[in-house]
Design a protein around this ligand. Structure first.
Ligand code: KG4
Ligand code: ZN
Length: 357
C-alpha cells in the first residue's frame, strides 16, 4: 500500500562505499548499512575506480540483504527503490543503478533516481525533521563544495561553489603530502588533535572575497611549498601543528562563507553536510558561530555525514511522494551536475530543476 510514508530501499554506490538503507515513516530509518572499501584503496592513496566497481559487485547483494534484515523486513515490504545515479565514478554508479533497476523490475515497484548531492542535502533532515526552510546548505565532500539556498523543499539555488579542489579533496591531497593514510580528512583530524594551529601560518583562500565561491588549491600549494622549504629540517615544525593549522584554515573558510551566505540570503537556518562535516573542528566552529548569531544549525550525526544510503532513501521517499519516478531506461551519469537542467518533462532531479527557475 502506498501511504504517506512509503517504505523505500535506498542504494548508494557512487564512490567507495557500498550502502543500502530502508526508510519507512518520515525520517524513520529502519536500517543503514555501509560497507567501506577503504582497505581496498588505502595502498594506492586514493580511490581506484576499477577496484571500486568490482568491490561493489561483490558486495551489493549481501549489503541489501543486511539492510532488509536489520529493518526486519523482506523484499515484499519494499514500495520503491531509490538509487544514486550520479555524480560519481561511472563504473561504481553503474553497479548500483543496474542492481536497483533489476530489483525494481522484478518486484514491480517504482524506481527512483537520486542525485548524490540531493542525497547529501536530505541528510540534514534525517535527524532534524523539523529543520526549517528557507535555509542555506553547505555540501562539503570529497568531490564538492557547494552552497545552496533552499527556499522551500525541492527548490535549490546555487549560491557558490569551489573554483578548483573540493574541501575533502584538499584534506585528502594534504594527507598524502604529509605521508598519512587514505582517507585524508579523518587522518588529518586525528593528527591535529595533538597539534596547535597558528604555529605555522597557511592562507585562508577567498576569506574576504565578496563572492560565495571557494578555492582550496592555493592552500594545498602553500602546504607543498612549506614542506619543500622545511625539507632539510623537519623538526622546524611538528607535523601535528601543520595538520592543525591546515585543518583550521579549511574550517575557518567553510564557516565564514556559510555564514556569509546566511546573512546575504536573510535566512535563520544553516545545514552543513557531506564527509567534511564529520570534522570535529569544523563542527565546533560552526556551532559556536551559530550560537553567537542566533542561527539554527543542522549537522547530521557522523554516520550520515559520509556517504550512506539513508540519505538516498530519504531523498527517494520525497520524490516518491511527488510521483517523480525514473524510467527503465535510467542510466548512471558520472558527471550529473546539480546545475544542468534536464529537458522539461523528463524525470529531472529537483537540483536540476532549480537551475531552470
Ligand atoms: O561525502 P563523502 O563521504 O563522499 C563524497 O561524496 O565525496 O566525503 C568524503 C570526503 C573525503 O575527502 C574525506 O577525506 C572527507 O570527506 N572526510 C573528512 C572527515 N571525514 C571524511 N574530512 C575532514 N574531517 C573528517 N573527519
Ligand atoms: Zn558524498
Amino acid at each position: 500500500m502506498r501511504g504517506s510514508s512509503p517504505t523505500i530501499l535506498g542504494i548508494e554506490t557512487s564512490c567507495d562505499e557500498t550502502a543500502a538503507a530502508v526508510i519507512a515513516g518520515p525520517s524513520a530509518i529502519l536500517s543503514s548499512v555501509v560497507a567501506s572499501q577503504h582497505d581496498v584503496h588505502r595502498p594506492y592513496g586514493g580511490v581506484v575506480p576499477e577496484l571500486a566497481a568490482r568491490r561493489h559487485i561483490e558486495r551489493i547483494d549481501s549489503i541489501v540483504e543486511r539492510a532488509l534484515n536489520q529493518a526486519s523486513l523482506s523484499l515484499k515490504h519494499i514500495e520503491g527503490i531509490a538509487v544514486t545515479t550520479g555524480p560519481g565514478l561511472a563504473g561504481a554508479l553503474l553497479v548500483g543503478v543496474t542492481f536497483a533497476k533489476a530489483l525494481a523490475y522484478a518486484l514491480r515497484v517504482p524506481l527512483i533516481d537520486v542525485n548524490h548531492l540531493e542525497g547529501h542535502i536530505a541528510s540534514a533532515w534525517l535527524d532534524a525533521p523539523d529543520f526549517p526552510t528557507p535555509c542555506v546548505v553547505l555540501i562539503a565532500s570529497g568531490g564538492h563544495t557547494h552552497l545552496y539556498l533552499i527556499e522551500r523543499p525541492g527548490s535549490y539555488r546555487l549560491l557558490g561553489k569551489t573554483l578548483d579542489d573540493a574541501a575533502g579533496e584538499a584534506f585528502d591531497k594534504a594527507a598524502k603530502m604529509l605521508g598519512l593514510e587514505y582517507p585524508g580528512g579523518p587522518a588529518i583530524e586525528r593528527l591535529a588533535r595533538s597539534g596547535t594551529a597558528g604555529r605555522v601560518m597557511f592562507p585562508r583562500p577567498r576569506l574576504k572575497h565578496a563572492s560565495l565561491d571557494f578555492s582550496f588549491s592555493g592552500l594545498k600549494t602553500a602546504l607543498l611549498y612549506y614542506l619543500r622549504d622545511i625539507g632539510a629540517q623537519p623538526e622546524a615544525c611538528p607535523i601535528a601543528d601543520i595538520a592543525a593549522e591546515y585543518q583550521e584554515a579549511i574550517a575557518e573558510v567553510l564557516t565564514a562563507k556559510a555564514f556569509q551566505a546566511v546573512r546575504r540570503c536573510h535566512v535563520g537556518a544553516l545545514a552543513v553536510v557531506g564527509g567534511v562535516s564529520a570534522n570535529a573542528r569544523l563542527r565546533t566552529r560552526l556551532t559556536q558561530r551559530a550560537e553567537t548569531e542566533g542561527v539554527r544549525l543542522a549537522i547530521p550525526p557522523l554516520r550520515y555525514c559520509t556517504d550512506n544510503a539513508a540519505m538516498i532513501a530519504a531523498a527517494g521517499q520525497r520524490a516518491f511522494l511527488r510521483s517523480r519516478f525514473a524510467s527503465w531506461e535510467l542510466e548512471a551519469s558520472a558527471t550529473l551536475s546539480p546545475t544542468v537542467a534536464k529537458k522539461p518533462g523528463s524525470s529531472s532531479s529537483p537540483l536540476a530543476a532549480a537551475s531552470r527557475s
